[in-house]
Design a protein around this ligand. Sequence first.
Ligand SMILES: [Zn+2]
Length: 65
Amino acid sequence: MKFYIEFNPCRECKDIIREINENIPTDENSKKFLRHITYNHTEVVQAIIEELPKKADKENFPWYG
Ligand SMILES: [Zn+2]
């Protein structure tokens, strides 16, 4: 699952993103990125949480909304 959320990546974010782009994305580096976001970018986590149920609802109930 991919999320496209607008936020300002910090230097560490950019380092991790570059690492992911330069290598094959693995569980290891995507977990690292997720962990970093969880602890350092709570606004992004909030956006994901707010976005998730809406998407799930639309997929399961296409007539809904
Ligand atoms: Zn960051």
